[in-house]
Design a protein around this ligand. Structure first.
Ligand code: AMP
Length: 462
């Protein structure tokens, strides 16, 4: 997962991009970067860490210009190093080009091998660099035509912002896996993964970049291209369940309302006698409100989160993640003692978070703990940008409900069913990718690989 942002024609382009990235920080905390152009020279600053640690007034003052793009990274493909931080910026035959990408190009390794055989030299393990090489090798005479020809070679998911000295380009793949939207400021435009960033910088939300659309913003205004074959839309359902901020809206719906609807649906199929409903903050809050409203069981903040430790799951190293649960959350003893509690979280991956929280609640005297998950069991890997790369890391892929319940130490456990999830999202126009739950992948894997082969391939073992 990553967050991307762009500004066209504003005298504070770098500052606004900094603010935009700040609003998108939840989408990635490993590294951040901004590229900015004054029409002649493009400059980039990238570092590992959080947006507010990387950029200060001095760094931003060294990024002059009226157009900029930015990126916050959470690695799904490519390792967590500064070389893979984005935007990637190059100077090639057509001048400067910077690119920031959210998504995962599933055939990047195959194309990269081909390019390397012809002599291309890569500086990172990021799949985005493959696109830049393809653009540099293309013969077309405009950035947008080169981008189209490069993207025709690629499979997988991509929402992209690209910057040249004279244009800002926004692209979304034909399935529309990842979100991307357009905002308007006085004389300029903004592009963002989520519209919560527009609220911060005072931009007016205009619309989503459509699946398969390439939108060019330059001195002539907006030009939209639809060069790819139309296909069914497959918006990532996990954006609604976990990734996006509740105050964003995407794919035509408000994230908060969807999460509440999932919580209501969960209550309809798994309600239990209890004294209180408590969310695992922050990801379980909206669904727990829905659950509480549906059942009438009071909502309590039984767990308090320390907001100054970052989102520890996002740290890729296991040692830190496990340590992180204790750093992040504490239970309210007086509230939970002697009570029958429904604990709501948005999802279970390895079940380590839930297990530790249940242990803590028991230590603090909770009488009964019923764990409820506002999404179905995560059983399949995602190859489109969510960090669930292999079934070996997903507890539900190899354990029964009863085994997981026992492992977590809860009195009962219930996941939302796939049918209920689909119902909560509106049956009629269900346009989502829910492969992580259903195993039903929206497109064939490269080379026609089977799931097992694709898992190895994605891990770099094939
Ligand atoms: P686990 O302890 O491995 O079961 O992790 C579950 C927690 O991680 C839940 O509270 C989710 O909110 C969160 N989570 C689920 N999927 C992801 C993901 N792909 N990246 C980061 N956090 C996630």
């Amino acid at each position: 997962m990553c967050g991307i942002f762009g500004i066209y024609n504003h005298r504070d382009a770098a500052n606004l991009t900094y603010l935009g990235l700040h609003a998108l920080q939840h989408r990635g905390q490993e590294s951040a970067g901004i590229s900015c152009t004054d029409g002649e020279i493009m400059r980039t600053h990238r570092e590992m860490g959080l947006v507010s640690d990387i950029f200060d007034a001095r760094v931003l003052s060294q990024l002059p210009g009226r157009s900029a793009i930015g990126h916050v990274r959470y690695s799904t493909a490519g390792s967590s190093t500064i070389g893979n931080a984005q935007p990637l910026m190059v100077e090639y035959s057509r001048g400067y080009l910077a690119m920031a990408h959210n998504g995962n190009l599933t055939n990047a390794k195959i194309v990269k091998d081909e390019l390397q055989n012809y002599g291309s030299i890569f500086q990172s393990s990021s799949d985005t660099e493959v696109l830049i090489h393809l653009m540099a090798l293309a013969h077309e005479d405009s950035t947008v035509k080169r981008l189209i020809s490069a993207l025709r070679r690629m499979e997988g998911s991509y929402s992209i912002v690209a910057l040249t000295n004279h244009e800002l380009v926004a692209v979304r793949d034909p399935h529309g896996f990842r979100p991307l939207c357009l905002g308007k400021m006085r004389d300029g435009y903004a592009i963002s993964s989520e519209n919560c960033a527009f609220d911060l910088i005072g931009a007016r939300y205009v619309r989503e970049i459509e699946p398969g659309e390439i939108l060019v913003v330059d001195q002539n205004g907006l030009t939209s291209y639809k060069p790819f074959k139309e296909t069914t839309h497959h918006h990532c359902i996990f954006e609604f369940i976990y990734f996006a901020r509740p105050d964003s809206h995407m794919f035509g719906k408000t994230v908060y309302s969807v999460r509440k609807a999932l919580g209501r649906q969960l209550a309809r199929e798994s309600a239990v006698e209890a004294d209180m409903v408590i969310p695992i903050p922050d990801s379980g809050i909206s669904a727990a409100i829905g659950y509480s409203q549906q059942t009438g069981v009071p909502f309590e903040m039984g767990l308090i989160r320390n907001h100054y430790v970052g989102r520890t799951f996002i740290e890729p190293r296991d040692s830190i993640r496990h340590f992180g649960v204790k750093l992040k959350l504490n239970a309210l003893r007086d509230i939970v003692k002697g009570k029958r509690i429904v604990v709501i979280d948005d999802s279970i991956v390895r079940a380590t978070t839930g297990r530790k929280i249940i242990k803590m609640l028991r230590q603090y005297g909770a009488k009964e703990i019923h764990f409820r998950v506002s999404s179905p069991a995560t059983m399949y890997p995602c190859f489109y940008g969510i960090d669930t790369p292999s079934r070996s890391q997903l507890i539900a892929a190899s354990h029964t409900l009863e085994e997981i319940n026992r492992y977590m130490g809860s009195d009962s456990l219930h996941y939302l069913t796939i049918e209920s999830m689909r119902k909560a999202l509106g049956k009629g126009d269900y346009t989502y990718c829910d492969a992580c739950f259903s195993g039903s992948y929206p497109s064939r894997f490269p080379w026609g690989m089977e799931l097992e082969q694709m898992e190895l391939f994605a891990k770099g073992e094939k």
